[in-house]
Design a binder for this molecule. Structure first.
Ligand code: FAD
Ligand code: SF4
Ligand code: SF4
Length: 950
């Protein structure tokens, strides 16, 4: 295909896709085009679709221009099925509808819903979706269905294929079929009689071919995602049902799933887990066979190497380290609707294991924390290899299945094979109940010899799995490009020809994700390998899994954390001489904005990263490295004259406030927006939610009330200098309000000396000026140390980001409490609360999420209001200190889901960071204040029942 088709295609698409949804810049094409696999293809064009009509028209245009297209959900695929060097189609915001059916027996989902969110909707009904990939908190329904993904519990009974209740699909020619709607089925039969006829014929011929039909049934008794879901041709006779089930596991090569209805499965609340150790792998595998007939929900096997990779993690039994060199473990879980049934099940399992020798006793736990520890350790096995690998190498996770009765010999064979090919660090674990083993190893793709080693290993592996065990080459992760050359080997000629026939029926021109599932190139699995050059120790362990993307406020505005790392790696590769200078310069220019300027440095990415990377740290380091010596000196001067700087801020706020009062909101906004535009974005943005100036300086301390407990308060610079927004005045500044509230609880407040000059350092840290930030922190430490009598009194911060920074900086040297902790622990027990009447919106800022105090914030709010509203889709507000003024698009993007999700009768919001509150207020259309104001409004002194602060 000639490459000049892309400009023509782009021109056609511009007729119905707005420019901001047609991505052509090289940085986003590279970064948005990346998935979790070790394959690298860079799309020529990325298109964000917002409706089914967009998809129909996009497919038509791709057809007209004979241009291949690949669909993308969350891009967590491991086998290379979500990458392309042609058109990449991405889902915009409008694909996230989620409807729970009557009695929660079904759930209807658009393809952009994250699997974990679907489960959150079902949780209160004690239900969940069947498919349960380990990536469920990042992966989206479109990808889960199109990969027929599965995990620890779902086996072959609860995957997308088995729990499909119906779907809506767009075929390559634009035909839309809704298999749940009789009218749509009829219309489909009328519009595509050829496809109906051919599917009927293919189904009948397959069912009539007894040997082939038996082989298909046999192969799907095991977990299997190699090739197409041929079982659709033997399990169903109606062509529409066949089509619907062929779509499952088709990896975007047969059509686009625009909606899906799943039958849900029970999510039992009562669970018990046991970590059972064995002296040798054979005994562990024999136990798996025995456990098959017991009421177990999951049985996970780990070989000795896998145990070794996690045995020093906290909270694990010492026996783990003591088990011998050939040892193994099973992690077993059983679930029931009530405690009695659970106890019976545990007894049944223990009875079954009684005759099997174990290393130490079998002990089930129902303690949620202990069970969570076991399962987190199991989940940490893959990342642990990723985290230990050498920079520049790739971590590979493979995914095969063997017949369960032969699991022991297969696992030992696998161990021998890995060792024979030099993968000595490899670990093996997996869903033993299904014979599904994952093995993880590190691979260098930087030399031809290493690529050859991988090729040799794959050939030997496939021969072993297929010829010796008749197993599956891909049990869960999909065929992709990685197993495409081996599909025929696994299935045989006849079944392979059937798959080719299926593909021809749906996609006669071969434009839907070509090269995936079926690929005539025997070397497809060793082509287009992704370079992973070392770029910075902060992020070198990144496995590009994409788990962090859902957390990131700039995802899809510019880059996600994964995409920032992809960009940084490419810049490192090019800078090391791997590319042409103009391309490098262009990427650097784009990265300055997309990568560096629009990161909120919120650190939320770290909360989802399996290898513990906080991409914001890299970005802050890059900011620091690009800061000119003059900028560094200016920052140093500001730090040394902090009182004067904050006085300047107050003067600016006062001027803005006076002007606002004079000309009104709309004139002010129009003029300042215009000026900002004229300045090319150099003037900061003005917001009607901007704070009015206040200046808090502690007055003389009154004599201590009798019996009062003394605490030290540290009002942040924002709290000391920023009041409420114009038109929404609250009675007093935040420090004054906090002092009044704390007094009601019997606490007398003192402040550190020279308050005007103090700052925790956060504003400098977020700009990458780490040394200046630490200098301010040290200065604050000294002042707090003195004020708290060497840490004998608690120190309360009114602003969560500052509390978070100082907690990390001080590392326990002083007793710092964020206002949430102090109110929850010490104020609420001492005051009487009269809740306010209306609903309140609560926004836990990023530092609250990182400190793990979201629940405590919500508990406080629940005491103070009968209706507490939190918006799941909103995490970081993107205001990021002052970015809301300099990069307001980040705040707008981060909070784009806020207003539509807020109930119309909600008119007040609360949080714990003044600058975040400005951004929240602007986007919500009503003011946000500190939670301290809410508690103060509800609290009155209650003399009895005091307790002492420790
Ligand atoms: C650390 C890690 C652990 C994992 N664990 C598991 C696991 O336990 N089990 C498991 O099965 N997988 C696992 N995976 C693989 C992967 O996460 C899952 O297969 C997941 O379901 C893919 O979903 P996605 O939204 O990322 O899809 P994507 O990767 O974006 O797409 C997957 C495929 O679906 C196609 N597609 C996407 N949307 C549509 C649509 N609407 N219509 C038609 N085709 C579409 C794409 O073209 C692509 O071929 C893991 C991955 C990682 C990185
Ligand atoms: S930063 Fe962490 S979560 Fe994000 S892609 Fe890399 S490894 Fe995955
Ligand atoms: S620090 Fe925040 S904004 Fe920056 S990459 Fe991480 S999640 Fe995204």
């Amino acid at each position: 295909m000639s490459s000049d088709r892309y400009p023509m295609l782009q021109e056609s698409l511009a007729g119905f896709i707005p420019p901001e949804r047609l991505i052509t810049d090289p940085l986003r094409l590279l970064a948005w085009g990346t998935d979790a696999s070790f394959y690298r293809l860079i799309p020529r064009l990325a298109v964000v679709v917002e409706s089914e009509d967009d998809v129909v028209r996009l497919l038509a245009e791709c057809g007209r221009h004979a241009t291949p297209i690949t669909f993308r959900a969350a891009g967590t695929s491991l086998s290379g099925q979500a990458v392309t060097d042609s058109v990449l189609m991405l889902l915009g915001d409008t694909w996230r509808r989620c409807e729970v059916g009557p009695g929660a027996a079904t759930i209807t989902l658009q393809p952009g819903v994250v699997g974990g969110i679907a489960n959150r909707h079902l949780a209160r009904f004690g239900r969940k979706i069947g498919p349960d990939p380990a990536s469920i908190d990042a992966a989206m329904i479109g990808g889960i269905a199109a990969n027929n993904a599965s995990g620890m519990c779902c086996g072959t009974a609860q995957n997308s294929y088995r729990t499909l209740a119906g779907l809506r699909v767009v075929l390559a020619d634009g035909t839309v079929l809704d298999t749940r709607d009789a009218g749509s089925r009829e219309a489909f039969v009328a519009r595509r009689p050829d496809l109906v006829r051919d599917l009927d014929a293919l189904g009948a011929a397959t069912r009539d071919n007894e040997a082939l039909a038996a082989r298909i049934r046999h192969k799907f008794r095991m977990k299997n995602t190699t090739g197409y879901s041929l079982n659709a041709l033997v399990d169903f006779t109606d062509s529409v049902d066949i089509l619907a089930h062929l779509m499952i596991g088709s990896e975007g090569t047969l059509g686009f799933i625009s909606e899906i209805t799943y039958a849900t499965v029970p999510e039992h609340a009562h669970k018990a887990s046991a970590l059972i150790l064995f002296d040798d792998l054979e005994t562990a595998c024999n136990a798996v066979t025995a456990l098959k007939s017991t009421p177990v929900a999951a049985v996970e096997l780990a070989d000795r190497a896998a145990l070794r990779s996690v045995e020093n993690k906290p909270g694990l039994p010492d026996a783990l380290r003591a088990v011998g060199p050939n040892g193994a473990a099973l992690l077993v879980e059983t679930r029931a609707a009530n405690g009695e049934t659970l106890a019976e099940q545990v007894r049944a399992i223990e009875a079954m294991l009684a005759g099997i020798p174990t290393f130490g006793p079998v002990r089930f736990s129902t303690e949620p924390e202990e069970c969570a520890r076991f399962w987190n350790v199991r989940k940490g096995m893959f990342p642990s290899v990723g985290a230990m690998r050498r920079a520049g190498t790739t971590v590979i996770i493979e995914d095969v299945a063997f017949p369960v009765p032969r699991l022991a010999e297969a696992t030992l064979d696998l161990q021998r094979l890995l060792a024979a090919h030099g993968y000595r660090e490899a670990i093996i674990f997996g869903h033993a109940l299904e014979g599904n083993l994952h093995f993880v190893f590190t691979q260098d793709f930087n030399t031809a010899a290493e690529v050859e080693r991988y090729r040799g290993f794959m050939a030997a592996l496939c021969t072993m799995v297929v010829a010796v065990y008749d197993g599956s080459l891909k049990a869960e992760h999909g065929t992709g490009r990685n197993m495409a050359p081996f599909v025929e080997m696994e299935w045989g000629k006849e079944a392979y020809a059937l798959m080719q026939a299926v593909k021809r029926l749906f996609d006669p021109n071969g434009l839907l994700n070509p090269g995936v599932i079926l690929n005539a190139d025997p070397d497809a699995h060793v082509k287009h390998l992704k370079p992973l050059p070392a770029c910075d120790p902060i992020v070198d362990k990144c496995i590009e899994c994409g788990f962090c993307e859902v957390k990131c406020p700039s995802h899809r505005l510019t880059l996600s954390p994964r995409q920032r790392i992809v960009g940084a790696r490419e810049l490192a590769r090019l800078a090391a001489g791997g590319g042409d200078a103009p391309y490098l310069a262009e990427l650097q220019r784009l990265y300055a904005y997309q990568g560096i300027d629009t990161c909120a440095a919120c650190g939320l990415c770290a909360t989802a990263c399996p290898v513990g990377i906080e991409t914001g740290i890299l970005i802050k380091a890059l900011r620091g490295r690009r800061a000119s010596p003059i900028a560094q000196r200016v920052a140093g001067f500001a730090a040394d004259h902090y009182g004067a700087v904050t006085a300047g801020v107050r003067a600016g706020l006062a001027t803005a406030n006076a002007l606002h009062g004079l000309v009104g909101t709309s004139v002010m906004k129009r003029s300042l927006d215009g000026l900002r535009k004229l300045s090319g974005g150099r003037l900061p943005k003005w917001s009607p939610a901007l704070a009015r100036p206040v200046h808090f300086t502690p007055g003389p301390r009154p004599a201590l009330p009798e019996g009062a407990d003394r605490i030290v308060c540290f009002p942040s610079c924002a709290a000391r200098n920023m009041g409420a927004q114009r038109g929404h005045e609250v009675a007093a500044s935040l420090p004054v309000t906090a002092e009044r509230l704390f007094a009601k609880a019997g606490f007398a407040v003192t402040y550190p000396d020279r308050l005007d000059e103090l700052c925790c350092g956060q504003p400098f840290e977020s700009k990458g000026l780490a040394a200046t930030a630490d200098r301010k922190s040290a200065e604050l430490e000294g002042a707090l140390h003195a004020a708290s009598d060497g840490g004998r009194r608690p120190v309360v911060f009114d602003t969560s980001p500052c509390a978070y920074r100082m907690k990390r900086y001080l590392n326990g040297r002083l007793p710092i409490l964020d206002s949430i902790e102090f109110i929850d622990q010490h104020v609420l027990p001492r005051v009487a609360i009269e809740p306010v009447a209306g609903p309140v919106a609560i926004h836990p800022v990023c530092s609250v999420r990182k400190m793990g105090t979201v629940d405590r914030l919500l508990a406080i709010a629940n005491c103070c209001s009968p209706e507490v509203v939190t918006i799941d889709a909103v995490l970081c507000c993107g205001f990021a200190g002052d970015k809301g003024f300099t990069r307001p698009e980040l705040n707008e993007h981060a909070l784009r889901h806020l207003k539509p999700a807020l109930p119309p009768h909600c008119a007040t919001g609360y949080s714990t960071s003044r600058t975040c509150e400005i951004g929240l207020a602007e986007q919500a259309g009503f003011p946000y204040h500190s939670i301290i104001y809410l508690v103060d409004a509800c609290a009155s002194a209650r003399p009895a029942g005091k307790e002492t602060v420790t």
